[in-house]
Design a protein around this ligand. Sequence first.
Ligand code: PCA
Length: 327
Amino acid sequence: MQKALSCPLLLAAACGLTATAQAAEWTMATPYGDASFHTQNVKQFAEDVAEATDGELTINVHSGGSLVAHGEIKSSVRRGTIEAGEVFLSVLSNDDPIFEVDTLPGVAGSYDEAYTLWETTRPVIEELFANQGLKPLYAVAWPAQGIYTDFELTDPEQFEGLRVRAPNINTQRFVDYLGGNPTETEESDIPTAFSTGRVDAMITSSSTGNSMTAWDYVSHYTDANLWLPKNIVFVNQRAFDRLDETTQEALVEAAARAEERGWQRSREDNEASLEALQENGITVSKPNDAVAAALQEAGDQLFADWQERADEDAKQVLEEYREARGN
Ligand code: PCA
């Protein structure tokens, strides 16, 4: 600014200045490591933004919880300490039960259904974020969640006392209902949790099993298709408002592309990861009838739980989703 004043207007270009606002540089935090397709997607998004805005907006992505711990990302973006963040949406379940609707069994069991669930819940989620000065940009599903064990899972009795790593509270409740001992562990802490013997098993996707080299700790993956939970990427509304209109439009447009690309990558990464798991010696199978029945029962309990926590608005949105899904 000082420089601009001392620079004669006609020589502004020569002084390296333009008439537009100063280029913005944003800091973004994500909890997942560089091997995750979500992180690769968000880095691509940042590159697209820099290109589309001709450098007017640069987003520096700090992955793997390296800058801000997962549990602090949303509040940091709210405060404006950092401008953008990505979180596992269902870790926000304490704020509102609608945030965990994508970690309930029997709600959305395929990519198409998961996407319909996102479309239906998006306006409510945007409003809840807006109330906190946050603007969601896009959300992308992980592949369906399954169970990693160091033995062949054939009998629900095997859950008894099993120490299972879970990525959110709802999954912890699910493990509880199965008779196991849940521990909430961040993705980046998975290797330590296994190597120090804190956990014997984990619930996550094919993708995270692959990116965290699950074969170092376990031998079996039960592809139980539990649910397809999402990550959400959002920004501080005030930081967004400070951008000029053209930059805002470019950001929103790049986000729409990131969302589309992300859902496609999730499907592809699921296929590739299931193959990689097997190539590295993990036995992948569907749950047998006894295990499936136990998962169903625990899932029903989880759903009943949710209904008790959910307010009328959340239930109404779920109804809308069921109508949109058409069954
Ligand atoms: N990977 C993340 C969230 C869900 C998933 O598939 C994790 O396990 O932490």
